[in-house]
Each structure stands twice: as C-alpha cells, then as structure tokens.
Design a protein around this ligand. Structure first.
Ligand code: DAH
Length: 332
C-alpha cells in the first residue's frame, strides 16, 4: 500500500538530488539533459506523480501542490544555472576573441630597389626628359659588335684597354655597352637619340674601384649638324641633374670609335674621379652601319654606373655594392 508520506519523501529527495546535480553541472548541454531527466514528460517527477493514482482523492491535491512547488523549485534552479553558464560562456568567448589594437604588428621587412638599379632608373629618367629612347642589347656578343664595327680591328692596340672574357664558341662577353650603338644604328635611321643601360664584363683584377662585372649606360646621338658643343652641353646637363653642381672637367682622351674623344671627371672628396668616356662618333663607325658621314655627325658616351653610385652615395669600395649585405643595402 503506497503511503502519501512515501511519495512526498520521494519528491523531496528528488528535489534535493536535482539541486545538487544542477549546482555541479558545467555545460549548457548537460544542464538540458538534467532538465529532461527531472522535468521532462517521462522524467523523474512525472514518474513519481504516476504513482499518485493509488492515493485517495483527498490526498492527491496535497501531493499535487507539493509536486508543483518542487517542479517550480527545480525550474528556478535550472533557469538560474542556465543564465549563469551563458554568462560564463559569453565571457570566455569575449576573452578569446579580444583584439588588442595596441599590440605591435608582425614585422615584415620591406624590399627596396638596389642602389645601382635606382641610379640607372634616375639616369634613364633624365635622358628620357631630354628626348632619348631606351634600348638594350645582348650581354653575350660577337667580335663584330663589340670591336670591329666600333673601328677596332683585330690587331688594334686599343683591344688591350679592355681585357675580354672570350667564350669557347668564339663569342665573348661584351666589354662595354658600345656594342648597342651598332645594333641600334643597323635598325634605325637618323636622327637618333638613344640610351642603353646594361651589364658589361672585364677580366680586371677586382679591387676597390674595379669589378669583373659592372654596369654602363651608353648614349648615342646621330643627326645632321651635331657638334662637340652639343655633346658637352648634354653631358653637363645630365651631370648637373644627377649630382648637382659638383666641379667637372673634360679631359682629352682616346677611344677607337670616337674622334675627338674625351673623358669626364667629377671632383669628389678632393679627387678627380673618372665617370665617363665620350666623343664624336668616328666617321668609320657611321660608314660601317651605312650612314653617310658627310651628311651625319654623332656623339656618344659611356657611363660607369658603379662610379656614379660611389660618388652619389659616398661609397668607398665598389665590392660593397655586390656583397648583398643588408646592413649596407638598407642605407639606401
Ligand atoms: N666604351 C667605353 C668604355 O667602356 C666608354 C665609351 C667611351 C663609350 C667613349 C662611348 C664613347 O660611347 O663615346 O671604356
């Protein structure tokens, strides 16, 4: 025979158990499991109430009232715990997603233009401003373009001025960008205003002012009536835009492909530093490419880019420019 007191005791025990279980639960999912377990249709409270049928009609409302209070109690506990767990969850989420805008950024080193390339770009810009076109030629050349067409036949003593890297197939590494003069004139008719940057090769002993591979910028102008004063004015204007007003001097010199020829020095750190060779294009060169030397004259020049870099950036040793040492390169 089921007693009312037994049922009430069961209910109270259940209530106590529910309180403890709710207090220790740590996740919203487990809390929901508890709700179903206690208050669900097939839950513990329902099960106990299912036995109520055996009580007398007077007893049933009493148990019903107690059961309701307990249900509400459990529900209240569940609700409190739920908002509690939700608050914890939100706090954890906020913490994990916090963005500290005052944190220092991740450092990425920035790439830069190499000082030599920067200098070449600047020089080309100046000449483009003076109306010149940019052209290039191959670094591997043959004897014709590097020497012969430039009025330097095989037995010419001037070949000794440029110790050459010869290749086993008979070609050579160009010793100067002057070869581009010939290649350009072969394909174009005067008037010509062209500038050609590029790498050149010499079997030089490497020291503070000599490298086996270095850079030149070649200049060539061919037209009717060009004179030495045009050459001088062009070079002076270029050097002025490049360096500002450093003292310069034209010194008589010799190149097989120009007549007359000159070298230009810049005064730098109290010393005269040679930065370019130049001259009036030799009539033999014009003739070689089929121009009429009676009609056309021209002037040409070849600049040593590394020499320019040394003056502009106060570099004492050319080898630094190629060492790829970031401590050096980052200064530019
Ligand atoms: N090619 C010469 C050299 O490498 C430099 C040079 C001199 C170029 C006179 C020229 C020039 O165009 O006219 O030493």
């Amino acid at each position: 025979m089921i007693q009312i007191n037994d049922i009430i005791a069961q209910l109270e025990q259940l209530h106590q158990g529910a309180k403890e279980a709710i207090a220790t639960v740590e996740s919203l999912e487990k809390l929901e499991d508890l709700r179903i377990n206690y208050l669900g249709k097939k839950g513990q409270v329902s099960k106990i109430l299912g036995t109520m049928g055996k009580l007398s009609p007077e007893e049933r409302p009493k148990v019903g009232a107690i059961a309701n209070t307990i249900k509400q109690g459990i529900q209240t506990n569940l609700d409190k715990k739920r908002s509690n767990l939700q608050a914890i969850q939100i706090a954890a989420q906020l913490k994990s997603e916090t963005l500290d805008v005052s944190m220092p950024g991740v450092y990425r080193s920035q790439g830069k233009i190499h000082p030599l390339n920067g200098l070449i770009d600047r020089a080309l810009d100046i000449f483009v401003g003076l109306g010149y076109t940019i052209s290039t030629g191959p670094e591997m050349e043959n004897d014709y373009y590097n020497f012969e067409a430039l009025n330097t036949p095989p037995d010419h003593p001037a070949r000794d001025m440029q110790d050459t890297f010869y290749l086993s197939d008979g070609n050579l590494m160009r010793t100067h960008t002057s070869s581009v003069q010939i290649r350009y004139m072969e394909k174009h008719e005067p008037p010509i205003r062209v500038i050609a940057p590029g790498r050149v090769y010499r079997r030089d002993t490497v020291d503070a002012t000599h490298a086996a591979v270095f850079h030149q910028i070649e200049l060539l102008a061919v037209d009717e009536g060009l004179r030495f004063s045009d050459l001088k004015g062009t070079i002076k204007e270029f050097l002025r835009q490049m360096f500002g007003d450093l003292p310069i001097r034209f010194r008589p010199s010799y190149f097989p492909f120009t007549e007359p020829s000159a070298e230009v020095d810049l005064e730098w750190n109290g010393k005269w530093l040679e930065v370019l060779g130049c001259g009036m294009v030799d009539p033999n060169v014009l003739q070689e490419v089929g121009y009429d030397p009676e009609k056309y004259t021209g002037f040409a020049a070849g600049f040593g880019v590394e020499r320019f870099a040394m003056v502009l950036h106060q570099i004492d040793d050319i080898r630094r420019v190629y060492a790829s040492d970031l401590r050096f390169l980052q200064q530019f």
